[in-house]
Design a protein around this ligand. Structure first.
Ligand SMILES: NC(=O)c1ccc[n+]([C@@H]2O[C@H](COP(=O)([O-])OP(=O)(O)OC[C@H]3O[C@@H](n4cnc5c(N)ncnc54)[C@H](OP(=O)(O)O)[C@@H]3O)[C@@H](O)[C@H]2O)c1
Length: 249
């Protein structure tokens, strides 16, 4: 029994070390670009998810002209004069490219629940987004990944580092690492946002953010509403340009 436990803990620590190397690390960041004009037309991917819906509602409140690329428009349940809903799949390059026309920035809250086998949904979807952005000259990309990757490895707290990530999410987190590396290599003005565990609580405002947030012991959390607020701030701020700040309460 002790041996099994020892093997398991070694596996969990090794996985954390692999995720630390595989995701974005701040030393690998390219140089910062010059500040630019604020976007008004934005594309949101993952808009029917918990964080995506918050992004849509808060972006509309902030006055953006919002386009969403969704597989099933009936799942969005938001109507607004400034909202354009396009049906499409992020894994289909042509639908991503069609959605990209005329946009000035992109926000992604892409995710899925196919945890238990290897997938490339996040990395392939992100590859399509980046290709379309570069083709249409769209520069700013704010993308949601997670604490626990790259130089934030271990910062989701001990329960996630030793149990949830190695048992439930190893394939998912590996794909998130690939997603981060792909973004890091792109020529876009990117910001990767790494939240703690997401909740559906109301927005509190003023979360902690930066490359040292999170905890190696306690599980750290933040509401989807606060994450969306922080992501929208990154459209008009160069503070975290080409870096991957963590964000949590
Ligand atoms: N849950 C947590 O505690 C936690 C912690 C840290 C980070 N995160 C990350 O945060 C992100 C957002 O999580 P969430 O729970 O708010 O969102 P979510 O409910 O997982 O929603 C994911 C969104 O991605 C969309 N999507 C998936 N595959 C797609 C495809 N092929 N084409 C187009 N859209 C596609 C989904 O569309 P459909 O509605 O069509 O499926 C949905 O809108 C995820 O990447 C997640 O891993 C989560």
């Amino acid at each position: 029994m002790l041996l099994v436990l020892l093997v398991f803990v070694s596996y969990a620590i090794l996985l954390s070390a692999v995720l630390a190397r595989a995701g974005h690390r701040s030393g690998a960041a390219s140089s910062r670009g010059a500040p630019r004009s604020h976007p008004s037309r934005i594309l949101i991917v993952g808009a029917t998810g918990g964080t995506g819906r918050q992004l849509v509602m808060q972006a509309l409140e902030r006055g953006y002209l919002v386009t969403v690329l969704v597989r099933d428009p009936s799942r969005l349940q938001v109507e607004h004069a400034h909202l354009t809903i396009l049906r499409g799949d992020v894994l289909d390059g042509s639908s991503v490219e069609a959605a990209m026309r005329g946009q000035e920035a992109v926000l992604s809250a892409l995710g899925h629940k196919q945890f238990l086998h290897p997938t490339r949904i996040l990395s392939e979807g992100t590859r399509n987004i980046l290709r379309a952005m570069e083709k249409h000259g769209v520069s700013r990309f704010v993308c949601l990944t997670s604490l626990g990757i790259g130089d934030s490895a271990g910062r989701m707290g001990l329960y996630y580092t030793l149990f949830v990530i190695p048992v439930v999410l190893p394939f998912y987190f590996w794909d998130k690492s690939r997603q981060e590396r792909m973004i890091e290599k792109s020529h876009t003005e990117w910001v990767v946002v790494r939240p703690g565990v997401l909740t559906n609580a109301d927005k509190r405002g003023r979360p902690r953010h930066g490359d040292r947030v999170g905890s190696f012991f306690m599980t750290v959390r933040i509401s989807r509403a606060d994450v969306a607020d922080f992501m929208l701030d990154q459209l008009v701020s160069d503070t975290y340009l080409r870096t991957a700040p963590g964000v949590c309460w």
